[in-house]
Design a binder for this molecule. Structure first.
Ligand SMILES: [Fe+2]
Length: 563
């Protein structure tokens, strides 16, 4: 791209230099050629729009040079060059292309070169300058330098983040996979969901199933776990439920039950009905559900949360160019689109499937750009490190990630070590309960959505928010046991939703979805992966590169498209 003098005289004058001419320069990825110069600045001052436009063009130029899923040597080289030139951008010091190569090859910290150039009153760093002041024996190691944008509004507001570690399996797993573990798990599930149901006015005096025979032909209430569901010849819903004292067959002959199946096996329900012989004739079926009395969350600060998931780094279909556009936007680089929103982002929630993984499904190898799980996470970490340090990033695993597949899943700590050391990265289990600025967020990847969508005819992959409403009604994130998903038999059932969140965030189905259920913001944050062959066969149409943003002050949602 050819452009006229994107050099900012403001920045150069800041260091006491004077600009005599306005050279025509060629902007190129990874630095500039000898004899040419370019400086990109944060847009500010009277020349704001022009410089912002230059930045956008430059960013676009960069994007064009990055192949999707690039993991080869040339990408490594480009990435290294980019990071060096990004350090120089805005420093007011120019850098020649040959100097970039020397700095990259010899792994010299570019900040130190800038420091030395200022000491020497040099405004153009050449290869010769680098070789003179940083001789070979002085070689030093640095990992790589992270691009950061200019301070945003959110950077002036202190983070308020609380992670409920008691609800996080990370470091708390005691499961040995024994029969006793499973018994304990289901007892805990029953007990905790029963407690929620007992708070309902119409279930307060529920009796044990073993005592039902004492109430023949009288209205009575029980609370049980659904053991089996089937239909009678007359299309009545037959529900076998159990509690620790016994089992009973519930018959629901209501029109609603005939029309629609709302229950799934293994969920815990309350039943108001009349015992008749060995049967229990249902008058009302009650799910734990969310109380109608939920108070709205209140946040006085002008901060927002960005939600995302299913990045799938390592996949050939990872939309890296668009993802980098998102990172640029977070850093307030680019053309200023929705800049005021970007300025308010204080939190970023990532609900799993950070990488595509290895061996997740048959034939996956042929769809991988990075066929090594550690390299997938390394590449992801490099991208993530570009997130401005004032944004608190909350990261959980999904079914493609390298931690155990069985839920609840621990955090990705060992796979994201470089990020773990950053104070603004918080690696949490799946699911996780995180409170930010007084707003309770329940984050769950959503793996069990596959089973739920199969079991309930009114659900579909096209409307993931409806499946999320079912989780809330059942107050459980994996209500069906023994089908597609794996459950780790922990002593405590971490999948029970035993609090009422303000926001319920999922991913997994690669389709954005939104709803508001009894005061809870339901969000499915889609994906950064294009449609896979499998999705095409199944007729699933993903919605990649759409980022939901929640303004915590107004609790208004918006979606920004980076495609
Ligand atoms: Fe995914």
């Amino acid at each position: 791209m050819r452009c006229k003098n994107p050099v900012s005289s403001d920045s150069l004058l800041k260091y006491g230099w004077e600009i005599k001419t306005e050279p025509e320069v060629r902007v190129q990825l990874g630095g500039v050629k000898e004899g040419q110069s370019v400086v990109e600045e944060s847009p500010k001052g009277s020349d704001k729009s022009k410089r912002a436009s230059n930045g956008a063009d430059n960013a676009d130029n960069k994007q064009k040079d990055r192949d999707m899923g690039g993991n080869g040597e040339s990408d490594e080289r480009d990435s290294g060059q980019r990071r060096i030139t990004d350090v120089f951008l805005g420093s007011g010091i120019l850098l020649s292309g040959l100097a970039v190569d020397v700095i990259r090859e010899r792994r010299i910290d570019p900040h130190k070169i800038i420091e030395r150039a200022r000491e020497k009153n040099v405004f153009l760093v050449t290869k010769e300058f680098v070789e003179e002041f940083f001789p070979e024996e002085g070689r030093e190691e640095f990992s790589f330098v992270v691009k950061k944008g200019r301070p945003a509004l959110a950077s002036t507001i202190e983070a308020r983040i609380e992670i409920d570690r008691a609800k996080d399996i990370t470091g708390n797993s005691i499961s040995e996979g024994t029969v006793k573990n499973f018994i304990d798990l289901f007892r805990d599930r029953y007990k905790r969901l029963r407690n929620i149901l007992m708070n309902r006015v119409n279930l307060k005096d529920a009796v044990d199933i073993e005592n039902l025979s004492k109430y023949q032909n009288q209205e009575v209430k029980v609370i049980g776990m659904v053991r089996q569901l089937r239909r009678s010849k007359n299309n009545n819903q037959l529900i076998e439920i159990e509690d620790p004292t016994g089992t009973v067959l519930v018959v629901d002959s209501s029109d609603a039950a005939k029309r629609r199946t709302i229950l799934v096996e293994d969920e815990v329900i309350g039943v108001v009905g009349v015992p008749k012989g060995d049967l229990f004739l249902a008058k009302e079926i009650i799910e734990p559900d969310i109380p109608m009395t939920k108070q709205p969350a209140e946040c006085e600060d002008p901060v927002s949360i960005a939600f995302t998931s299913d990045i799938h780094v390592g996949s050939l279909l990872f939309k890296e160019r668009e993802f980098r556009r998102f990172l640029d936007w977070l850093n307030l680089r680019g053309n200023g689109n929705r800049r005021e929103v970007a300025e308010s982002i204080k939190y970023l929630f990532i609900a799993g499937d950070l990488v595509d993984g290895i061996g997740i499904y048959p034939g996956q190898e042929s769809e991988l750009a990075i066929p090594d799980i550690y390299k997938q996470y390394n590449y992801l970490s490099r991208l993530m490190e570009e997130i401005p340090s004032y944004i608190e990033v909350i990261v959980a695993a999904g079914n493609h990630d390298a931690v155990r597949r069985a839920e609840p899943q621990p955090s990705l700590a060992h796979f994201l070590e470089p990020l773990e050391e950053l104070p603004n990265f918080h690696l949490v289990g799946n699911p996780a309960h995180v409170r930010v600025h007084g707003v309770d967020v329940l984050m769950y990847h959503g793996t069990s959505m596959d089973a739920l969508i199969s079991a309930l005819p009114h659900l579909s992959y096209d409307k993931p928010e409806r499946a999320q409403v079912e989780y809330l009604k059942k107050r459980h994130l994996s209500p069906i046991y023994g089908t597609k998903e794996q459950i780790a038999p922990e002593e405590k059932d971490y999948m029970v939703i035993d609090f009422v969140p303000d926001v319920f965030h999922c991913g997994h189905v690669h389709k954005n979805g939104y709803a508001n259920y009894r005061g809870i913001r339901i969000i499915n944050s889609g994906t950064w992966q294009a449609q896979t062959d499998y999705q095409q066969q199944q007729g699933h149409i993903p919605t990649p590169c759409q980022v939901p943003i929640l303004d915590l002050q107004s609790m208004q949602m918006r979606q920004i498209n980076f495609a």
